[in-house]
Design a protein around this ligand. Structure first.
Ligand code: MG
Ligand code: ZN
Length: 240
């Protein structure tokens, strides 16, 4: 008769093996994604593009901010790849800004992968573009793990979301080059605690440049546009 302890141990070791196998699969997927992301980055570098990967929770205002930025600045000559679980509503909204837009509908996948970006880039005319903006699926978890070949990872956090977002999603914030505190025009109305969010950002992602902006009021947009201009100029200088 097998005693219960033995059964317990064998179940435990089965589970450990299964988890180990899943980890191996995940590592393989991420390693393959990294190869494709590196290829994307080289392709975009040769095209002379500055590439942004914009991530946030759903509802932080990615599409609204991008629509306003690109609408105000047609000289940025932007192309946009927008990812959503379903619908092409955001692509339609962004097209109104004058940018060339391709929608990726992931059909339930909650992040974009480098392979999807390569396929979407094939559908865009990129040779006369300066800026490629990727609007990721609204999600602060797995997009952290998937390099898409971007130059800058931009994380939006809106004032309506709570000041502890960086503490709850450290993996995402740790990979940010830029954090935009969005909907800043609502700060007073929602009792936003700027000092606490700023302190949390400084603790989790001291490497990130932080901007405050509102697509609706236009606050802070000039600073962010100046930053993009500086990065675009730097890219041009590097290419000689
Ligand atoms: Mg959107
Ligand atoms: Zn995902």
């Amino acid at each position: 008769m097998t005693d219960r302890r033995t059964i317990g141990i064998s179940l435990l070791s089965d589970r450990t093996t299964e988890r180990g196998r899943l980890l191996e699969v995940e590592k393989g997927v991420l390693a393959r994604n990294q190869e494709l992301a590196d290829a994307n980055r080289e392709r975009f570098r040769q095209l002379g593009l500055l590439v942004l990967n914009v991530v946030s929770s759903p509802g932080s205002g990615k599409t609204t901010l991008l629509g306003r930025l690109l609408g105000d600045r047609p000289d940025l000559a932007a192309a946009v790849i927008v990812g959503d679980l379903a619908t092409d509503n955001d692509a339609e909204r962004l097209r109104a800004s004058g940018a060339e837009v391709v929608q990726i509908t992931t059909g339930g996948v909650c992040h974009l992968e480098a392979a999807m970006i390569a396929g979407a880039a094939d559908r865009l005319r990129l040779d006369d573009r300066r800026l490629l903006v990727i609007e990721n699926v609204g999600n602060l978890v797995c997009p952290a793990a998937y390099d898409l070949g971007e130059d800058l990872r931009i994380v939006l956090v809106s004032v309506t979301e709570g000041e502890d977002k960086p503490l709850k999603y450290p993996r995402m914030f740790k990979t940010a080059d830029v954090v935009v505190i969005h909907k800043i025009d609502l700060a007073a109305a929602v009792g936003f605690d700027r000092d606490t969010l700023r302190a949390n950002l400084a603790a989790v992602c001291p490497q990130a440049r932080v901007f405050e902006a509102s697509a609706r009021s236009g606050a802070g947009l000039a600073e962010f546009q100046a930053f993009l201009d500086e990065r675009l100029a730097r890219g041009t200088a590097a290419r000689g």
